[in-house]
Design a protein around this ligand. Structure first.
Ligand code: NAD
Length: 297
């Protein structure tokens, strides 16, 4: 049934997710530090909260979609943060990709206040965000999950309960480790093919029916002009920032160190995206790995 939902973080992902909640009949109370993003949601009918604490005092369901761990710590635990004003019985859903340890810390602070916290990072990218077809990877209590599910279904197609607190983040980190590697691999293959004189569209079409097929080649090809409506065909604008992917690979490396897991390709991929950030690619979509490889020739 329709309810008033707090939504904090209206960026590339959060903006379209919030719009899908409105489309599904929910009322929204939103906040972002970028006023243009707030204005866009206001134009769609959302109300605006002064800060996270203000939103927490007025709504009992809050979703956050922020860049990284420090932003999540600030919005939940900082001054005028959610935890300061959260009502007993509230449901707090964080869909940012962050350090699982930070997720555990916020979850325990929420629990002290009698609120339920779920980590619910997403997979699918901006197009899935716009189309409401995201996958949600949820960690936390089963009862919290059941309560969140109908809300998440307004924004996503596959809602997975991964286990206890922070398991959603753990699944997400593993997925993005693989995605980061596959995007670089796809970029290398697409570039080599062109240097061999192949038409990139033909190459992508064959790969999509062959064993090299992956999401990066099939639905998010990094070579400009192969697919419409993907960042590579729009100067790598929008999408999933290289800086954010670098952050996720850092989380993967920390997790790998903590568990003594060997992730040699993940380590190299981390360094490649780090160099891209240092060369000014940080704000471009991570499929600009293709552009980076080409420019290096
Ligand atoms: P983004 O940078 O486009 O959006 C983040 C938003 O949070 C921005 O609008 C920013 O102004 C806002 N924000 C930051 N600090 C804030 C604060 N203290 N209070 C209020 N608002 C604040 O990032 P995004 O691409 O939307 O990604 C969000 C999260 O989702 C990240 O953790 C990312 O790793 C993850 N993710 C992104 C994608 C993708 O394709 N873009 C896919 C899956 C997961």
């Amino acid at each position: 049934e329709p309810q008033t939902i707090g939504f904090i973080g209206l960026g590339n992902m959060g903006g379209p997710m919030a719009k899908n909640l409105l489309t599904n009949g929910h009322k929204l109370l939103v906040n972002d530090v970028v006023s243009a993003s707030v204005k866009e949601l206001q134009n769609e009918g959302a109300d605006v909260g002064d800060n996270p604490a203000d939103i927490a005092s007025k709504t009992s369901v809050i979703i956050t979609m922020l860049p990284s761990s420090p932003n999540v710590s600030e919005v939940y635990l900082g001054k005028n943060g959610i935890i300061e004003a959260v009502q007993e019985g509230s449901l707090l859903i964080d869909s940012s990709t962050i350090n699982p340890e930070v997720a555990k810390e916020v979850a325990s602070k929420a629990e002290e206040k009698g609120a339920t916290y779920l980590d619910a990072p997403v997979s699918g990218g901006v197009i899935a965000s716009q189309n409401g077809t995201l996958s949600f990877l949820v960690g936390g209590s089963k009862t919290g999950f059941e309560r969140a599910k109908p809300i998440l279904e307004c924004m996503g197609q596959n809602i997975f309960h991964c286990g206890e607190t922070a398991t959603g983040q753990a699944v997400k980190i593993c997925n993005n480790l693989l995605l980061a590697i596959s995007m670089i691999g796809t970029s290398e293959a697409m570039n080599l093919g062109q240097n061999l004189g192949l038409d990139p569209k033909l190459l992508a079409e064959v790969i999509s029916k062959s064993t090299g097929r992956c999401w990066s080649s099939d639905l998010y090809n990094p070579c400009p002009g192969v697919l419409e409506n993907v960042p590579s065909s729009n100067n790598y604008q929008g999408g999933f920032g290289t800086a954010l992917m670098t952050k996720d690979l850092g989380l993967a490396q920390e997790a790998a160190t903590g568990t003594k897991s060997a992730t040699p390709l993940g380590s190299v991929a981390h360094q490649i995206y780090r160099i891209m950030c240092n060369r000014g690619y940080g704000h471009l979509d991570f499929s600009s790995a293709y552009k980076f490889i080409k420019e290096d020739e």
